[in-house]
Design a protein around this ligand. Structure first.
Ligand code: IMP
Ligand code: MG
Length: 180
């Protein structure tokens, strides 16, 4: 059993293991493969948090595809700030393309609610959303997740791409904030 970790003075305990993550990533990627084989989808990876998940997922999919990145910032510390800013925009013509948005976690849903709305205006052939994690109890905006890794309680998590003020993205598994 892995030990607790600390970041910026907060304590986190092991929550989802590497093996559990791998199993879910394999399952999601095989669903995506079945759905998108021959369609040459464009994966749109939401930076920064989704970079680890996306790297594993997209390689496991094993289909002809393209990959691009956007950066939408709405988060500071351990609570959503309520603002959504496009820091790094879309550099692809997405009209008539099959789009798969890849996100690490849907919390309030604010970031994706706005972003998916913007994407739909660009007349893609289809859009789907894959998210590793969802906190159903935190959801305030209606966001449809087509491929979901895990539903988790409304507690802050880090690791596997997810950070706490910049730290912990490189942890291979997911940790949850300990109750104090
Ligand atoms: P939302 O717009 O409230 O859904 O926030 C989504 C973004 O906030 C995610 O893409 C993450 O980058 C970040 N976020 C939400 N919850 C957590 C968490 O528990 N740990 C780390 N980052 C989180
Ligand atoms: Mg994110």
């Amino acid at each position: 059993m892995k030990k607790n970790i600390t970041a910026h003075g907060l304590s986190f305990e092991p929550f989802i293991s590497e093996a559990e993550i791998n199993t879910r990533v394999e399952a999601l990627s095989s669903q995506i493969r079945q759905q998108y084989e021959g369609k040459q989808p464009l994966f749109i990876v939401v930076l920064n948090g989704a970079f680890v998940f996306a790297a594993d997922l997209i390689r496991a999919c094993d289909i002809a595809c393209e990959v691009t990145f956007v950066r939408l910032a709405s988060y500071e510390g351990t609570a959503s700030t309520g603002k959504v800013a496009t820091v790094l925009g879309l550099d692809f013509d997405v009209k008539n393309r099959h789009l798969i948005v890849v996100e690490d976690i849907v919390d309030s849903g604010r970031t994706l609610y706005h972003f998916m709305g913007e994407l739909k205006k660009k007349e893609p052939a289809s859009i789907s959303l894959v998210a590793l994690l969802l906190k159903p109890d935190a959801l305030q905006f209606s966001v449809k997740i087509d491929y979901l890794g895990f539903e988790i309680p409304n507690k802050f998590v880090v690791g596997y791409g997810l950070d706490y003020n910049g730290l912990c993205r490189n942890l291979p598994s997911i940790y949850q904030l300990k109750d104090r």
